[in-house]
Design a protein around this ligand. Sequence first.
Ligand code: GLA
Length: 362
Amino acid sequence: MKISRTFAAPSVAALLLAACGPAPSIQPDRVTPYRLANPSGMEVTLLNYGATIQSIKVPDREGKLSDVLLGFDSLDGYKGTHPYIGAIVGRYGNRIAKGRFTLNGVEYKLATNDKTNHLHGGLKGFDKVYWRAREIAPNAIEFTYVSADGEEGYPGTLTAKVTYTLTDSNELRIAYEAASDKDTVVNLTNHAYFNLTGSGDILKHELLLKADRFTPVDAGLIPTGELRPVAGTPFDFTTATPIGARIAAADDQLKLGGGYDHNFVLADTIRPEPVLAAQVYDPSSGRVLEVLTTEPGVQLYTGNFLDGSLKGKGGQAYARNAAFCLETQHFPDSPNQPAFPTVLLKGGSSYRSATIFKFSRR
Ligand code: GLA
């Protein structure tokens, strides 16, 4: 489907939306694209379904634009079965062991959609719902979703807002906010699959991760609770290293993940402003992605479950390692791990988090 909206000339509907705000009783029911563009030529397309990033087009070292995100050409492709491609993940990004946690003495039971565990918000998480879109500035779209008390088993009515802003310095800024009427848990992230070449695999992309520890997992990819130093392991990306350099090493953790599918420790708690977490450089195109975040963790996932059966943009078959994800987040299973930074959102208080995807070239 052709993208019809552009911020060079906001539509009447867009202006009305901006002026009147969303009509709370009307649920959107159609996947609608929102396009942001900046004077340096970067273009981003967002969808109200899953508050998804559909595409990010950025120049390579010669100035040629390519789309560096996996996804689908057809907007309805997003409503099909796929592994959270480009979407916002919630109410809890990543896994909760056995889909259970206890809060204020009450045990909550969530859907177990990843073998015996709960993954990425459950059977119908924030990636599979329509969000209300509001064009709050020529370069910014705010998406709002109200998750009902009890949805997917979580307590409290949670109002979540995700605002995407494209800056003139090639940053896509993601601001997350949430508020609940009851105590609950929350951990929002975006599940963009990046390939800075625009096709092929990401094994030669060079990754720098500002993490000196990671959270080892068990066979169900649930953290054991240990914060293990990366030094001397294939998890050490504290100096830039090709993602594929050690991905097939004889390492128990890599075997469990089928590659990298692990949370790295960036900090002991949430930071007030986004801090550099990762830098990825693609030697073939010269594109660079920097990820900055307020979050204490980031999941490095190297597309290990992609097997070529999913067909995406331009009919490309997405094979294993066709992309990498850097999902900024609190640590997996935090509701059951009191030593991890807390994911508790008290009723009446608010949650904030911010992540920046910044592009450049060399
Ligand atoms: C996350 C998880 C992976 C996988 C993908 C989606 O990155 O950690 O194990 O579930 O999402 O396929």
